[in-house]
Write a protein that binds this ligand. Sequence first.
Ligand SMILES: [Zn+2]
Length: 120
Amino acid sequence: MPVIELTKKCPHCLQVKSVNDFCKNRTNKDGLQSECKTCSATYQRARQEKKKLLQKTMINTPQVLDVSRIDELLKGVDQNMALLQLAQTKNQELNKKLVEYASRIIELQNQIASENRGSH
Ligand SMILES: [Zn+2]
């Protein structure tokens, strides 16, 4: 008959808790989840929040970006943010072109800015 441990240490909160404070998990050697129920709930919540945030980002990011919108995107906004937004597009081929195009615009803008600085 196997020895049944009545307590188990949670690797997350480092607390020794009763086995009742751990969810059952048949895939684990001791038949219990490695983290306690409290930590598990916290982890689940964090995961859900992350998922929600990701979904929100996906909705806000157009699947296919209109090339004519690049200037608009780059104008007056943080250029890095615009690039980030471009990098999140699903279409990788288009995405690559857009990022190339965007960095060229930034290069040109920097060039113009430095020329303006030089002449004034
Ligand atoms: Zn814990």
